[in-house]
Design a protein around this ligand. Structure first.
Ligand SMILES: [Mg+2]
Length: 260
């Protein structure tokens, strides 16, 4: 997979930092975000940075453009579409070795899903390109929860997030499974990995057994899962401040000089 990357990765990273975007890497006060992005830019050779987000590649490119003035830089790697896409961070070109198996599963599934999802109350298809998943805005007031087991029965995984997003993916594909596959393909040490997130689509990352930071502004439905997630640190700080706080909790304080 390394050969498919258009930019080199750090040779021996001390930390592999895997961050959700909205509410996490894009969350918190602007001053704290600036400071964290500056720190990340300085640690480029010591910290291998992975975005792990529900956004698709086009939307990730837009975030990078819009937040460049406050210092946000491209990561080394990207997991997008809630785990359905893996791409090089610099070029945002998908990595076929990671994406092709998910694509094959999606092709086998899509035709079975569409009849079940037609004219469902409370679901509006999002304007994002369909990348091995279907992404909807959901109105929970009229959504039929019985739909979820019907979709699962034909081989789909459903993720309700932030009480407003509904994603339908091939079963077993999620942020956590795709991350574990990527770490294995790149032979990265799981002990060096810290994940960070704020909403229910991050739960699969927090269930991997990797170290994780649930930022202070996490959605209540995710916080409710905390008792069964023993390796996960609940930060007080929001967004970027929460990530920095969690990294220090997990023993990476030496990467911050001066201290956060
Ligand atoms: Mg989020």
């Amino acid at each position: 997979m390394l050969q498919q990357l258009s930019a080199p990765l750090p040779v021996a990273p001390e930390l592999v930092l895997v961050t959700d975007l909205d509410g996490t890497l894009l969350g918190g006060a602007t001053a704290e975000r600036r400071r964290f992005y500056r720190w990340l830019a300085q640690q480029r050779e010591r910290v291998l940075h992975v975005f792990c987000t529900g956004r698709d590649l086009r939307s990730i490119a837009r975030v990078l453009r819009e937040d460049e003035p406050i210092g946000l830089a491209a990561p080394h790697l990207v997991i997008g579409d809630v785990g359905c896409t893996v791409a090089c961070g610099a070029s945002l070109l998908p990595l076929p070795l990671a994406v092709d198996p998910i694509e094959a599963r999606w092709r086998a599934l899509e035709g079975r899903l569409l009849p079940l999802l037609a004219d469902q109350p409370g679901l509006v298809l999002q304007g994002v390109s369909s990348n091995r998943r279907l992404a909807y805005d959901v109105d929970l007031a009229c959504f039929d929860h019985g739909l979820i087991p019907r979709l699962q029965a034909v081989g789909a995984e459903c993720v309700l997030s932030d009480s407003r997003y509904f994603d339908v993916l091939p079963a077993g594909v999620n942020k956590g499974a795709t991350l574990l596959g990527l770490l294995e393909a790149l032979e990265l040490d799981p002990a060096a990995v810290v994940t960070a997130g704020d909403s229910l689509n991050d739960l699969a990352m927090f269930e991997t057994g990797l170290k994780g930071v649930m930022v202070g502004n996490a959605e209540p439905a995710l916080v409710a899962q905390l008792p069964r997630l023993p390796g996960i640190y609940r930060a007080r700080g929001e967004g970027c401040a929460g990530i920095a706080e969690g990294l220090q909790h997990f023993g990476f304080a030496h990467l911050f000089d001066p201290p956060w």
